[in-house]
Design a protein around this ligand. Sequence first.
Ligand code: PEP
Ligand code: MN
Length: 264
Amino acid sequence: LVSRDFHPEPTVVEVGAIKIGDGHPPVVIAGPCSIESPEQMLEAARIARDAGAQILRGGAFKPRTGPHSFQGLGEKGLKFLRQAGDAVGMPVVTEIMRIEQLDAVCRYADILQIGARNMQNFDLLKEVGKCRHPVLLKRGMSATLEEFLAAAEYILAEGNPRVILCERGIRTFEQATRNTLDLSVVPLVRELSHLPILVDPSHATGKRSLVAVMSKAALVAGAHGIMVEVHPDPAKALCDGAQSLDGEGFGRMMGDIRGLLGYL
Ligand code: PEP
Ligand code: MN
């Protein structure tokens, strides 16, 4: 179902008036790693909108490496995300970690995100496959491209064709970056599948200074968009501050991207 052989026409995923896929301008998803408060979320939403992003992100259920790290605000966070999205007129995307969260996440979010750590949570994939919401599926940190596409297949096989893939870096021997951004999967996905493919340069690099340049590289490679972490005050972020852009940095990056789009 995910293969171009069976489905030669590119899939364009529509979220309200926004179209993600071939033949449409690249989409930019921006927002904080975690929803921390209504004020932080609204401020981040304004930064995202003012700079020209189309979709707002924010995590309420956070898959943290250690149990003592901030785990997210849960359902309360979903409300803050929805309120911020409505205030600025942007659709919102948030991660779902467990099947039990499906009702709440579907109620508050426009797009469901499956995180890298759950890419092969097959029961969860089947459940989101039964939903009507678009699904942003992130590549597992140790998943081959074949496994990534097989995970998407689970969602399509249950009847939900609205899948957006997202490359977010893979584990390699390299320690200089948080993960290694595997940009070659972007053109490869475009060859093998009809599904749209985004790139998340924030989790891929772990470094604020690399986010803008890798975003541009992703778009040159043919990505249908990017997902970037943006925080009003990255130094105070409860999660992933080192890879988060502030308003100024994000605004500058969006200016660069607008310049680049004329050449693509
Ligand atoms: C995220 O986007 O919030 C996230 C946790 O990313 P990943 O699943 O790619 O690590
Ligand atoms: Mn994060």
